[in-house]
Write a protein that binds this ligand. Structure first.
Ligand code: ADP
Ligand code: MG
Length: 286
């Protein structure tokens, strides 16, 4: 097929998605490889130019990890959640809001787009409380993961204002509590909540792997809630994939029409998925 013919194939998607909001979780390799970072920023600008309204939520696992290492601290995870003591929370805030978010805002500007970075504190976007993390195997047990937040409420008015003014919002996954304390919230969980609150057409989560893999490491291109339950129960889904799949399922069940966990190693894989409908990972439908 000629390149022109491929471009013409994007017409139905552009028509269908024009004016809709898509929430994109920027994570995995897309967030750590300079060429992929640049490609991602271009993709966001392109989506906006064809009339789709992207809202980006970024992660920061690798960047937080290296900042902690520089301070002689070691990251610890329980069921995919980073154990966040007060000192770690400080690091999380400056790495996410000061580094990762602002780097992405800059890259979008370099791609001739307009982006505004904010955390969940800005505009009262994400109100949170301390997460009570139940043990996966024994729900009567609880883990103390420190200042990890559980989202209580989201107020998306600030996002709507930015969208109306033509900005791409870039959100750091930090929430505020009733005593003005900060919470570190898993970025996948934030992306899912925002997708629901914004009634997004799609939730797109970029990761560092081909998608959700089965026990024999084969890519699962489509997943239903029942299959997800089974994969979690038998331990096939573990670590960082736990909050991701939980968020994906939540969003799918709450009216987000399609949720995709995408291979963030493929340059412009997101455009391929959204504009050409060519799968680039795992799709979750309620
Ligand atoms: P990110 O949030 O940046 O996408 P995470 O490390 O938090 O990255 O989550 C992705 C990781 O989840 C994968 O790299 C993989 O190690 C892990 N994982 C656990 N179970 C699975 C599974 N069944 N399929 C794919 N990845 C899985
Ligand atoms: Mg993660």
């Amino acid at each position: 097929m000629t390149t022109g013919a491929t471009l013409a194939l994007t017409l139905p998607s552009i028509r269908q998605y024009h004016g809709t909001t898509m929430v994109v979780k920027y994570g995995g390799n897309a967030m750590t490889d300079p060429a992929l970072q640049k490609a991602f920023a271009q993709d966001m600008v392109l989506l906006q130019l064809v009339g789709i309204r992207p809202v980006v939520v970024h992660g920061g696992g690798p960047q937080i990890e290296s900042a902690l290492k520089r301070l002689g601290k070691e990251g610890k995870f329980i069921q995919g959640m980073r154990v966040t003591d007060a000192e770690t929370m400080g690091v999380v805030q400056w790495v996410l809001a000061g580094e990762v978010q602002q780097d992405l805002v800059g890259l979008i500007h370099q791609a001739d787009g307009k982006a505004v970075g904010l955390t969940g504190r800005d505009g009262g976007l994400i109100r949170a409380k301390k997460l009570r993390l139940k043990d996966q195997a024994d729900p009567t047990l609880e883990h103390d993961v420190g200042q990890v937040g559980d989202i209580e409420a989201v107020d998306v008015s600030v996002i709507r204002h930015l969208q109306q003014a033509g900005f791409i919002p870039v959100v750091s996954p930090i929430g505020f509590g009733e005593h003005n304390e900060s919470y570190n919230i898993n970025a996948d969980v934030v992306a899912a909540s925002l997708a629901v609150a914004l009634q997004a057409e799609k939730l797109l989560m970029l990761t560092n792997i081909a998608g959700v893999l089965d026990q024999s490491k084969q890519l699962l291109t489509q997943l239903t809630p029942a299959q997800i339950d089974a994969l979690c129960a038998d331990g096939t889904i573990s670590g960082g994939m736990i909050p991701k799949i939980a968020g994906a399922l939540d969003a799918a069940k709450s009216g987000v029409k399609a949720v995709h966990i995408l291979d963030g190693r493929v340059p412009h894989g997101l455009l391929q998925e959204v504009l050409l409908g060519q799968p680039c990972g795992t799709m979750i439908r309620a």
